[in-house]
Design a protein around this ligand. Structure first.
Ligand code: 26A
Length: 347
């Protein structure tokens, strides 16, 4: 079977709940951030499980994108790789993925629990505190199994969550190299400010393979600060230009950097490495009445889902961005990183 889109990331179950700003403060969490938990954060999971407004939903940033892209595309279009445990949390993820028709090829850990993310909602903000657990044990050897590598070889598009840079840079390198060598499309998401901040080296190394960078304004600012561009941290266009022109393994394709910016327009810079030309564009977001927004957990993943689905469908850059903005608007009207059923179609 050939699935055009292969995604790689950390499969997590989201334990989502509304909390007060004081609750975030107690654990030193910012309102709109994503972190890996330390020992001091561990009580959060037990506390969240007892909260009245708990929602347990399938999460994991790239898995959300994979599910969302499969939601839009025809059946058997997307395969997702990641690592889970052998437990009821993984059952929950399998259930959600089956509903969307997403094919998964999990690496399963016998003695480690499936990863979880406390998605702590304060109004339109979400603070994500993640215990990767089994997700942290993904190995590139899983991709190299003949039956899995066949799926890689048959794919034409790759999407990797930047979050996975904390887990398996060798797996990302395998996919990136393969994409560059075979002139396929390779996309990466910065995922969170701490990725360009603390995983600068593996990120910098993977960028040579990347055709599409997707990130939001705070991740762009974190990138600027860790790359001697601190004076440009708030200038999305300048940061996008910088990233777009970084060295590229496959010069047959340009590099396009897409920075979303909440309700502000999305900034897009494309750099052609053969001509040295830059193109800069900006796209307004789809307006949505504030009362329609349930929560913003997964909004960025949904944008990436729509964008990747657009590319797979052969749409041009403008249209693919629009599918991304449509998908993000759909997802924020649902609880958690989810999409409405019965399925809606892009128009
Ligand atoms: C390595 N970390 C911290 C993470 C994540 C993550 N997905 C992968 N790795 N931290 C949070 N998430 C997911 O991000 C989604 C929202 O964009 C959450 O599971 C949530 O569904």
């Amino acid at each position: 079977m050939s699935f055009p889109l292969v995604c790689l990331g950390n499969p997590l179950l989201d334990l989502q709940s509304d909390v007060t700003p004081e609750y975030l403060q107690k654990y030193d969490l910012k309102a709109d951030d994503a972190i890996l938990v330390e020992e001091k954060h561990m009580p959060i999971f037990e506390e969240v499980l007892k909260m009245d407004n708990l929602n347990v939903v399938a999460g994991g940033a790239a898995q959300n994108t994979a599910r969302g892209a499969q939601y839009i595309l025809e059946p058997n279009s997307v395969v997702y790789f990641g690592s889970v445990g052998r437990d009821v949390y993984a059952d929950k993820l399998n259930e959600a993925n089956a509903k969307y028709g997403l094919r998964t090829e999990y690496q399963v850990q016998d003695d480690i629990a499936t990863g979880k993310c406390a998605a702590l909602i304060t109004g339109s903000h979400r603070s994500l505190a993640t215990d990767l657990a089994a997700a942290n044990h993904f190995k590139e050897t899983h991709l190299q199994k003949p039956e899995n590598w066949k799926l890689v070889e048959n794919a034409k598009f790759f999407y990797v969550g930047g979050f996975h840079l904390t887990v398996s840079p060798p797996a990302i390198e395998l996919l990136g190299k393969h994409a560059a060598e075979t002139n396929k499309v390779f996309a990466i998401n910065f995922s969170a400010p701490f990725i360009p901040q603390f995983f600068k080296e593996p990120l910098d190394n993977s960028l040579q393979y990347v055709d599409y960078v997707i990130a939001n304004e705070s991740e762009a600012a974190a990138y600027a600060e860790s790359h001697d561009l601190a004076d440009k941290a708030n200038d999305l266009e300048a940061v996008a230009k910088h990233v777009a022109q970084l060295p590229k393994a496959n010069t047959k394709r340009p590099r396009t950097v897409i920075f979303t910016h909440g309700l502000e327009p999305t900034i897009v810079v494309t750099h052609d490495h053969t001509t040295g030309e830059n193109s800069v564009k900006s796209y307004p977001v789809r307006e949505l009445a504030a009362e329609k927004v349930k929560d913003t957990n997964g909004a960025g993943d949904a944008f990436a889902a729509g964008f990747m689905a657009g590319l797979v469908q052969g749409k041009d850059l403008d249209k693919s961005i629009d599918v991304g903005q449509w998908a993000a608007a759909l997802s924020i009207q649902e609880i958690g990183p989810s999409f409405p059923f019965p399925k809606q179609t892009y128009a």
